[in-house]
Design a protein around this ligand. Structure first.
Ligand SMILES: [Zn+2]
Length: 253
């Protein structure tokens, strides 16, 4: 592992993280394909390339817009750093020279975009889920045909469970977006990893909720971004599933 390799992976991750923030915010605000150029959300000044250098512009500008001096949300550098960190960790553990690693990084990118979208807006955009599903379906049809059946069944059973919970609770426990995301994760991770991903997310979500209630930061009606937990656990499973350091509880694929 040499420095150039680490640096180039880090830079790629930061750039992709920057692209992700554009994707997440535009998908929410306009629900359309990314169009136009980047602008300050407050003063609407079109930003120059040197205002948009991932992470560095944020630090250099002291978290303020160059033109109107309004604060820039820390969400942008957080997304860039999180994406870069995940990409470096993935490539350190799995390399990124094979077709399989390109595929897995594409899925990780979409899962991270869903994670942030749900965390910030409580929205899991259909377009992201459909794009991820189609990428995964194409990859499986070409290279892992034998798991297409079990992947489809895993996704359908998990999403049906969520859909029932949604109906029973009148949409209070789970949103329909969660059901769609559960299908996507079940399909990508297949059986048994997909089931584990959802179970672990439920445990983490429950612990998170209890801690928030104990800290009086939430009550039983507070909406938890459950999709974010599912996406985060799925990303971790994809990164670590080929490695001994993963909890022995979970059978590897
Ligand atoms: Zn501005």
């Amino acid at each position: 592992m040499d420095y150039i390799y680490v640096f180039s992976t880090l830079a790629t991750g930061l750039i992709l993280g920057s692209f992700m923030s554009v994707l997440v915010f535009r998908l929410d605000v306009r629900s359309g394909i990314i169009s136009g150029r980047s602008e300050c959300p407050r003063c609407l000044t079109r930003l120059k390339w040197y205002d948009l250098v991932p992470l560095l512009s944020f630090i250099y500008l002291g978290a303020k817009c160059r033109y109107c001096k309004n604060k820039i949300s820390a969400v942008y550098p957080a997304m860039e750093l999180a994406t870069a960190g995940v990409f470096v960790t993935y490539s350190f553990l799995n390399g990124y020279s094979s077709l399989n690693s390109f595929y897995e990084l594409a899925i990780i990118f979409i899962l991270l975009a869903l994670l942030f979208s749900d965390y910030i807006f409580y929205i899991l955009p259909d377009k992201l889920i459909i794009a991820g599903f189609l990428i995964s379906l194409a990859y499986f049809l070409l290279f892992k045909f034998e798991i297409v059946g079990s992947s489809l069944i895993t996704g359908l059973v998990l999403s049906a469970t969520f859909a029932i919970l949604n109906i029973v609770s009148g949409g209070r426990w789970m949103g329909l977006g969660d059901a769609k995301l559960a299908f996507f994760i079940g399909f990508v991770l297949s059986y048994p990893s997909g089931v584990w991903a959802i179970l672990i997310s439920i445990w983490i979500g429950a612990i998170w909720g209890i801690v928030l209630v104990l800290l009086k930061r939430a009550n039983l009606k507070t909406h938890l971004p459950f999709g974010s937990f599912m996406a985060a656990v799925a990303v971790l499973l994809i990164i670590f599933q080929k490695h001994e350091i993963w909890i022995p509880l979970i059978p590897r694929l």
